[in-house]
Design a protein around this ligand. Structure first.
Ligand SMILES: [Mg+2]
Length: 314
């Protein structure tokens, strides 16, 4: 996958990488800025404690860390960064004038990604930094691909299940509500059979986009459940709220015009099944999803292009 394509699927990967320089000597900061400034977005800190705060805030892709600093030294800064979940996976390259084996071993044992020795060779600094950032970017791409459905660009089912578990646990703790929508495109097989699978894929993508645009809250999440079925998770939403959202999705899809040969195919519809619960300790996650699926099935049986609630909900 080339960079342009990565940019399309994942905007963060097209952005310049960010590097934080932590060094008590401003001359070193100036030298590194000169070497790296044109390739990366740089942040600089002279003080270890402040660097930790800033790293937590800015989440740089890479940290260049001086070892000998007044106050908190580089080893201490490193251990603290590795102890916080926000910063524990940011690679750290030590900058040091201490070219003895013991120091190097200590740094690597603590989890340093690499070493750069003073005085700097600009070419070596550039290459070591580039190598680390290549690893960062590759890991990020792998993570992205592992949670994304390739066709629609939505989250995939595996990630949906992870988030479902997480939201279930959170709602259990907070005694909060959790709603789920199972969304299925009506008569999709006919569409595929008439216009071919490429057209069918295009319709699925378009509908995924329409639905994504119409889920307005940032913690709502949408995934491709499989085939022409999508699933949306709405944390903190009651059954009435979920119904309002489902109706908005249904009408938005129906309003879209797909340019087609047969006029009767220009509007594609979806059926939606809803379930909503306040999770309780012995509640079953699987049952929660199944009930939404059963509601979807009833929507299909009742004539499609409609929203149905799980039994017992109003
Ligand atoms: Mg120093």
């Amino acid at each position: 996958m080339d960079n342009r394509m990565m940019g399309q699927v994942m905007p963060e990967l097209a952005k310049k990488n960010t590097v934080m320089i932590v060094d008590d000597d401003v001359l070193n900061i100036a030298a590194l800025t000169q070497i790296l400034g044109s390739d990366y977005t740089l942040y600089a800190e002279k003080d270890g404690a402040r660097a930790i705060e800033q790293a937590k805030e800015l989440l740089p892709d890479l940290i260049l860390l001086d070892i000998i600093m007044p106050g908190m030294d580089g080893f201490e800064v490193m251990s603290r960064l590795k102890d916080m979940y926000e910063t524990d996976d940011i690679p750290i390259v030590f900058i040091t004038g201490l070219s003895d084996v013991i120091t190097e071993e200590k740094g690597l044992a603590l989890g340093a990604a690499d070493y750069i020795y003073k005085p700097f060779s600009p070419a070596i600094v550039k290459l070591r930094v580039r190598n680390q950032l290549q690893i960062v970017n590759q890991m990020r791409l792998i993570n992205f691909l592992s949670i994304t459905d390739a066709l629609t660009g939505l989250f995939n089912r595996r990630y949906f299940n992870t988030r479902l578990n997480y939201e279930w646990q959170r709602a259990l703790r907070d005694k909060g509500l959790l709603s789920i929508l199972m969304i299925d495109i009506d008569n999709f097989k006919n569409y595929n059979d008439t216009y071919g699978h490429l057209q069918g894929d295009a319709v699925l993508k378009t509908i995924a986009n329409i639905i994504k645009r119409n889920l307005l809250r940032s913690n709502d999440m949408l995934a491709r459940w499989g085939g022409e079925e999508l699933a949306a998770l709405l944390p903190g939403t009651n059954s009435f709220g979920a119904y309002v959202v489902a109706e908005r999705l249904r009408t938005a899809v129906k309003a879209h015009i797909f340019p087609c040969i047969r006029p009767e195919d220009m509007h594609v519809t979806v059926s939606i099944g809803i379930n909503c619960v306040t999770p309780y300790e012995y509640g079953c996650l699987r049952h929660f999803v199944d009930e939404a699926d059963r509601a979807l099935y009833r929507a299909k049986k009742a004539g499609k292009d409609r929203v149905e609630m799980a039994e017992g909900l109003s």
